[in-house]
Design a protein around this ligand. Structure first.
Ligand code: SF4
Ligand code: SF4
Length: 65
């Protein structure tokens, strides 16, 4: 599934809930060098949007391409 995951770096506080909540976890999410989280691999994403729903800062946008 072609999915785009955008993290608003200005909102992200680096809590890691996105990685913990995602069914694919570290296959998709990792901490960036600046302490924020990025979805480095969107190929395994199935667009469930759990990450976006669980992010306490509403920093994640998931959309199908
Ligand atoms: S859950 Fe939200 S605030 Fe926390 S690391 Fe992920 S994107 Fe950042
Ligand atoms: S939409 Fe679902 S599978 Fe995709 S990154 Fe978020 S939690 Fe993981």
């Amino acid at each position: 599934m072609a999915v785009e995951i955008i993290v608003n770096k200005n909102k992200c506080v680096g809590c890691g809930i996105c990685l913990e909540a995602c069914p694919k976890g570290p296959k998709i999410w990792k901490k960036d060098k600046d302490g924020k989280y990025i979805a480095y691999n969107t190929e395994d994403c199935h667009n469930c949007k759990i990450c976006a729903g669980r992010c306490p800062k509403n920093a994640i946008l998931v959309r199908r391409l």
